[in-house]
Design a protein around this ligand. Structure first.
Ligand SMILES: Nc1ncnc2c1ncn2[C@@H]1O[C@H](COP(=O)(O)O)[C@@H](OP(=O)(O)O)[C@H]1O
Ligand SMILES: [Mg+2]
Ligand SMILES: [Mg+2]
Ligand SMILES: [Mg+2]
Length: 307
């Protein structure tokens, strides 16, 4: 069965399995207590969990898809002797493949990996903000996404720890139940740890009923996916392609939209620069997305235009 499945489904099914394994690594590093924090820049920490999770994800995907471009957040020499993840997600493997991807070979996919999104929150013990993000692009656009949340349910002893969500535009989503945001309320989610005057200016102009400040692009998009927020607004060039590729795929699969703050989608080609220099704007409903694009002030748009 596996060998006859389209490459895309094998890739998605392996991405789910390897994201789950990365979640084990993230919990193991935390439980050992020594996070091995390195500051990559201003307010940009990296931990032993970021490093080991990336080695595991890229090492395994490389072994199975040696001709594919894989781009990870952390700048590391890839170890060759990483622990092999032998499982594969059977449910995802047996999904219907989008028609246009049935015959696509591994060379034509680009995979964007954020081994640990929400590192600042991980080091601060805000563990539910942490996710593992694996986004798959074809012809510059996200065609599949996996978000693993290793600490889902960590405050509840009785429930299972961790969960994995996926989405394939044109096919659907799994691992969670999409819930629309409350009608008649404007709930905006934004950064907790990378606030700037321009980010703040954009938020004020939108007159939200509530501003939710949480960590990680993955967790912010999860709040959109499950009806806790109307839009994710980040008028800053700080996020990178590995932060948005997987979340965009899942949001698109459920009818939402993720673009820059001007309303233009990003390209996820392997040659693309890493930063999302024109900011991030996402919503679970495309009508809401349109409203936010129209109501971000021109002054903010001029300050976040990528030049
Ligand atoms: N000014 C900045 N400098 C570095 N990284 C930034 C940044 N603004 C946002 N990011 C990155 O974008 C992701 C979401 O940020 P935030 O939580 O502030 O919304 C984080 O990913 P990582 O945790 O994977 O590094 C974070 O590092
Ligand atoms: Mg980081
Ligand atoms: Mg990130
Ligand atoms: Mg990261």
């Amino acid at each position: 069965m596996a060998s006859t499945s389209p490459v895309f489904l094998r890739l998605m099914a392996n991405a789910v399995a390897v994201a789950n394994h990365a979640g084990n690594i993230i919990r193991e590093v935390m439980s050992k207590g020594d996070l091995g924090i390195v500051e990559k820049g201003v307010n940009d920490p990296q931990t032993e969990a970021d490093r080991r999770a990336q080695q595991c994800i890229i090492g395994n995907l490389n072994k199975k898809f040696p001709l594919m471009s894989i781009i990870g957040e952390e700048d590391l020499a890839q170890e060759t002797n990483v622990e092999l993840v032998s499982d594969i997600d059977k449910e995802v493997l047996n999904l219907r493949c989008p028609e246009e991807l049935v015959n696509v070979t591994e060379e034509d996919f680009v995979v964007w990996v954020d081994p640990l999104d929400g590192t600042a929150e991980y080091t601060a013990g805000m563990l539910d903000h942490v996710t593992v993000l694996i986004g798959i692009a074809h012809k510059n656009r996200p065609v599949g996404g996996v978000i693993h949340q290793p600490y889902y349910n960590y405050k509840n002893d009785k429930a299972g720890l961790g969960r994995t969500m996926w989405g394939i535009p044109g096919i659907g989503v799994g691992g969670f139940k999409p819930i629309p945001p409350p009608e008649g309320k404007r709930l905006v989610v934004t950064t907790r740890s990378h606030m700037t005057p321009v980010v703040q200016q954009a938020l004020e102009a939108l007159k939200p009923d509530e501003i939710l400040r949480v960590g990680g692009a993955g967790y912010k998009v999860m709040l959109l996916m499950e009806g806790h927020a109307t839009a994710y607004v980040f008028a800053s060039p700080g996020c990178k392609k590995w932060d948005t590729c997987a979340p965009e795929a899942i949001l698109t699969a459920m009818g939402g939209r993720l673009t820059d703050i001007h309303g233009t989608p990003y390209s996820y080609a392997s040659t693309e620069m890493h930063p999302n220099k024109r900011g991030v704007l996402a919503a679970a409903k495309s009508d809401d997305h349109k409203w936010f694009v129209e109501n971000i002030p021109d002054e903010v748009k001029q300050l976040v235009q990528g030049s």
